[in-house]
Design a protein around this ligand. Structure first.
Ligand code: SDX
Length: 370
């Protein structure tokens, strides 16, 4: 038995949800480039869950279901108010989502129908929780979701209390589409491992949020923004990048386990970053980002991943840095729940082996003789 570090190149399951073949990403066979330009996030959610694009009436029904389920139990809001000051936003989300299970009478009901209903509730409520958390920590009251608007619109509305601009809704919708699913990434794998024990959907999502939080995965978008803030201005980019490379430190938002010739989502986010920079009149983050990209690509051969330009996109939308990864979670909720439903359909316990590297034999030494 020989271990493959990080399970690189190991095919651990079959899945018909998304594919990465020769650097091309598809959801249910539809190229991400087409979805990014044309689809609403809600259409993508439907596509991931049910395997086809919705008809207008199917989409209307999903939108209705999402709106009707967007409010969270009052106990969850009370709980958010009790979290310690300054708590990590992904830790808060992980805890709140886990707590949702306690107020869901169907939490342990395992039929497909019940799990689809729970997926709808989770997708509808995750944005409400993130927005409520953001307001409560600033001493503001959470804002109830409104009906008749998209998830992207509602999130921005619940965050600020103001009617969001169309361009902001459009940008966030596209970011949600681009982050929705990504084959067997670490958080999705974590979700599938958890539910493959026939544990419930909330447990799977809680595992996934925990995995997404890390800076090698979803947490990278916040780390990218921290890097941009640390660099400060375009003049400092070159010395910063050189120093990082010389010290063999990671440049956040670069590299990928699967893509070696670039992440197909990055170009969409780069374009959005430039457009939003022009609109807001602040091109600093975009200009610094392109300079960093040029240097890291020419010196190290690494290309930006999905997290790199999403940092400047969210900043242009005036979203606080520590909500970037929770926004990734809002989007990826669709992919996680689709994978959980798929895992339940054809389940087998996921239990690989470990290559043992400890001593071959060792005596038990009584405690008084150690
Ligand atoms: C996401 O998997 C998914 O699908 C994830 C995701 C999704 O949609 O779900 O796409 C979202 O998580 C994007 C990735 C976000 N993470 C980061 O941006 C963090 C920075 N990136 C790296 O740490 C790294 O590239 C990973 C974690 C993304 C991938 O790690 P791997 O595949 O284990 O690669 P590795 O760390 O073994 O690196 C291989 C080589 C090493 O150099 P050598 O020792 O061979 O000389 O590439 C170098 C690394 O040092 N390298 C980097 C680097 N990424 C790789 N060097 C500097 N900066 C980097 N960012």
């Amino acid at each position: 038995m020989t271990a493959t570090k990080g399970l690189e190149g190991i095919v651990a399951t079959t899945s018909s949800i998304s594919s990465i073949i020769d650097g091309v990403l598809t959801y249910r066979g539809i190229n991400i480039d087409d979805l990014a330009e044309q689809a609403s996030f809600e259409e993508v959610v439907y596509l991931l869950w049910f395997g086809k694009l919705p008809t207008q009436s199917e989409l209307d029904q999903l939108n209705k279901d999402l709106v009707e389920n967007a409010a969270v139990p009052s106990q969850i809001l009370e709980q958010l108010k009790m979290y310690p000051k300054g708590v990590n936003s992904m830790a808060a989300l992980r805890t709140a989502i886990s707590s949702l299970a306690l107020y869901d009478k169907e939490a342990n009901e395992m039929s497909r129908e019940a799990n689809v209903r729970k997926a709808i509730r989770l997708q509808a409520q995750v944005g409400t929780i993130v927005a409520a958390f953001a307001r409560i920590r600033e001493g503001k009251e959470p804002i109830a979701p409104k009906s008749g608007v998209s998830l992207a619109h509602n999130f921005l509305y619940m965050l600020t209390g103001e009617q969001p601009e169309d361009i902001a809704v459009e940008a966030l919708n596209k970011a949600l589409v681009l982050h929705a699913d990504h084959e067997l990434n670490a958080s999705t794998f974590a979700a599938r491992v958890t539910v493959a024990t026939l544990s419930d959907i909330y447990s799977g999502i809680t595992s996934a949020i925990g995995a997404l939080k890390g800076p090698l995965h979803g947490g990278a978008n916040e780390a990218v923004m921290a890097m941009l803030e640390e660099i400060g201005t375009a003049d400092n980019v070159e010395s910063y990048v050189n120093r990082k490379l010389e010290n063999k430190e990671k440049l956040m938002g670069f590299g990928h386990r699967v893509y070696k010739n670039g992440d197909p989502r990055a170009k969409h986010l780069m374009k959005m970053s430039e457009e939003l920079g022009k609109i807001t009149g602040n091109m600093n983050w975009f200009n610094m980002s392109t300079q960093i990209e040029e240097l890291v690509t020419s010196k190290k051969g690494l290309k930006p991943n999905v997290d790199f330009y999403s940092a400047s996109v969210y900043t242009s939308l005036r979203i606080p840095r520590d909500l970037f990864t929770p926004i990734f979670a809002i989007s990826r909720m669709s992919g996680w729940t689709a994978h959980i439903l798929e895992q339940y359909e054809n389940n087998r316990l996921i239990r690989p082996r470990a290559e043992y590297t400890g001593p071959a034999t060792a005596p038990y030494v009584p405690i008084e003789k150690r």
